[in-house]
Design a protein around this ligand. Structure first.
Ligand code: ZN
Ligand code: ZN
Ligand code: ZN
Length: 414
C-alpha cells in the first residue's frame, strides 16, 4: 500500500537550469499561488485541436510499440500538455494518461474526482479516451493498470518517484523512462509549434531591444533584471521564467542568475532571458552588452565568438549531426585560442520546455531533421573576470536554417 502524504516537488520542469532570481520569484509565486488543480490552458494553444491530439496519441502508441513498451504513463507536465493540452503539475494524488502500445486497448485518463471536475473542455470523449476517476481511499495505481497487465511501463521523465514506485508496486513491473519515446514526437515541431516559437523569438527580441536603456553604471544586476522581467511580460510572455544579468566576473559563470552587484563602467554584461507564451512555447535568447568602451582583449574574443556562433548556424541543415554543429562553433574558438573557455554544449532543444531534446553536444550523433528547433549559444568565459555569450533559437528547414531571433549579434556598447 502506498501512502500518499506528501506533496512531491513542484519545480516547473524543464526550467531547472535557468535559475535566475527573477525566475525564482516567478516560480515561487506560482508555487505559492497554485491550487492543486489541473488546467486546460494548453487546449487553446493554436493548432492543438482534436485531430492533432489524436495524431499525437497514435504516434505515441507506435513509438511505444517500437520501444517494446506495453504502455506509456504520462503525468502532468509538458508531456501531458503536448499530448492533450492539460497543464498543471503533479501532486500527491495521481493524475495520469495511460497510453497503451496495443491499438485495440483504450487510452485511459486517471484523475482524482475532485480535480477532474475542474478540467473543463478537454475533448477526452472525442479522443476515445476512457476516464477513470477515483476518490481518496481508492488505489489509483491499480485503477491505472486495471484489467490489463501492460508489461513494461514507461513513465514521463519528471513523474515523481512517489507515483513511479507505486505504479511498480501495483504490478507495472520495473518502469523505464518515457523521455526517449516521447522525444521522437516532441523534437520535430509541426507548423503551429514553429509559429509559436517564432512569435516567442520576436517577443524576446523586442525585450533585448529595450535592454540597452536599462543598463547603466551604478545600477545593480537585480535592479536591471527586475526591469527586464517586467518588459518580458509587457512584450507578450506569460511570465519571465528566467533572467540572467551577469556583470563583470559574474558573466564568467554561464548560469549565474542575478545579484546585488553594482554594474561598473567598462564592464561586460551577459543578458540571457526568456519565458513562455500563453501557448506554453518558450523564448530563450542571450546578447552581450558592454557598459562603456570594452578592452581590446574583449573585442578580439568577442569577434571570435561571433564567428563561432555564425559558423554553427551555418552548419545547420537536414542530415547534419548535432555534434557536427557543436564542433563547428568549437573549431572557431579553438582557432582563436579560446577552446578551454567555452565550457558548455553549443545548444539545447526548446519548445514546451526551455531545455529539451535535441542537445547540440559532442557525442550526439543524432541527425537533424526539418522541424527541429534548438539554441545555438556558444560562449567564452574568463574565470573571475568576464564572459560573453550569443544565443539564438533556430529551426531546421528544408533549405537549411531559420533563425527565430534576429537582433544584431554585435557587442552592444551602451
Ligand atoms: Zn541555459
Ligand atoms: Zn539562454
Ligand atoms: Zn539556452
Amino acid at each position: 500500500m502506498c501512502l500518499r502524504l506528501h506533496r512531491p516537488g513542484e519545480m516547473p520542469h524543464g526550467r531547472l537550469r535557468h535559475d535566475g532570481s527573477a525566475a525564482e520569484t516567478t516560480a515561487e509565486r506560482r508555487r505559492s499561488d497554485r491550487t492543486p488543480t489541473l488546467t486546460t490552458m494548453g487546449v487553446n494553444a493554436p493548432g492543438l485541436d482534436v485531430a492533432t491530439m489524436s495524431s499525437r496519441l497514435g504516434r505515441l502508441r507506435a513509438a511505444a510499440e517500437a520501444a517494446d513498451v506495453g504502455a506509456v504513463v504520462v503525468t502532468p507536465g509538458s508531456d501531458l500538455r503536448y499530448l492533450i493540452g492539460v497543464g498543471g503539475s503533479s501532486f500527491e494524488r495521481l493524475t495520469a494518461l495511460v497510453v497503451p502500445a496495443a491499438s485495440d486497448a483504450p487510452v485511459v485518463f486517471v484523475s482524482p474526482a475532485l480535480e477532474f471536475a475542474g478540467l473543463g473542455d478537454v475533448p477526452l470523449a472525442d479522443l476515445g479516451v476512457e476516464v477513470r476517476t477515483w476518490v481518496d481511499g481508492d488505489d489509483p495505481y491499480r485503477l491505472a493498470l486495471a484489467g490489463r497487465s501492460p508489461g513494461r511501463v514507461a513513465v514521463s521523465d519528471m513523474t515523481p518517484a512517489l507515483h513511479t514506485l507505486c505504479l511498480r508496486d501495483a504490478g507495472a513491473g520495473e518502469p523505464v523512462l518515457a523521455g526517449p519515446i516521447i522525444r521522437e514526437l516532441r523534437m520535430r515541431k509541426d507548423a503551429a509549434e514553429l509559429e509559436q516559437l517564432r512569435l516567442a523569438g520576436a517577443a524576446i527580441d523586442r525585450v533585448h531591444a529595450r535592454v540597452a536603456q536599462l543598463l547603466r553604471p551604478s545600477r545593480t544586476e537585480a535592479e536591471v533584471a527586475a526591469d527586464i522581467a517586467r518588459a518580458i511580460v509587457e512584450e507578450g510572455h506569460e511570465a519571465a521564467e528566467f533572467v540572467i544579468v551577469g556583470s563583470g566576473p559574474n558573466g564568467a559563470s554561464p548560469h549565474h542568475s542575478v545579484s546585488d552587484r553594482v554594474i561598473a563602467s567598462g564592464e561586460v554584461v551577459v543578458v540571457d532571458i526568456g519565458g513562455p507564451l500563453a501557448s506554453g512555447y518558450n523564448s530563450d535568447s542571450t546578447r552581450t552588452y558592454a557598459v562603456g568602451e570594452p578592452s581590446a582583449e574583449v573585442m578580439d574574443a568577442y569577434a571570435a565568438l561571433q564567428s563561432a556562433q555564425q559558423a554553427a548556424v551555418d552548419a545547420v541543415a537536414p542530415g547534419v549531426s548535432c555534434e557536427a554543429v557543436d564542433a563547428a562553433a568549437r573549431a572557431v574558438l579553438a582557432e582563436a585560442g579560446l577552446a578551454e573557455h567555452f565550457i558548455h554544449r553549443t545548444g539545447h532543444g526548446i519548445g514546451l520546455d526551455v531545455h529539451e531534446e535535441p542537445y547540440i553536444v559532442s557525442g550526439n550523433g543524432l541527425a537533424l531533421e526539418t522541424g527541429m528547433a534548438f539554441s545555438i549559444e556558444p560562449g567564452v568565459y574568463l574565470s573571475g573576470r568576464w564572459g560573453a555569450r550569443i544565443e539564438d533559437i533556430v529551426a531546421v528547414t528544408a533549405a537549411g536554417v531559420e533563425s527565430f531571433n534576429n537582433r544584431p549579434h554585435d557587442l552592444v556598447v551602451v
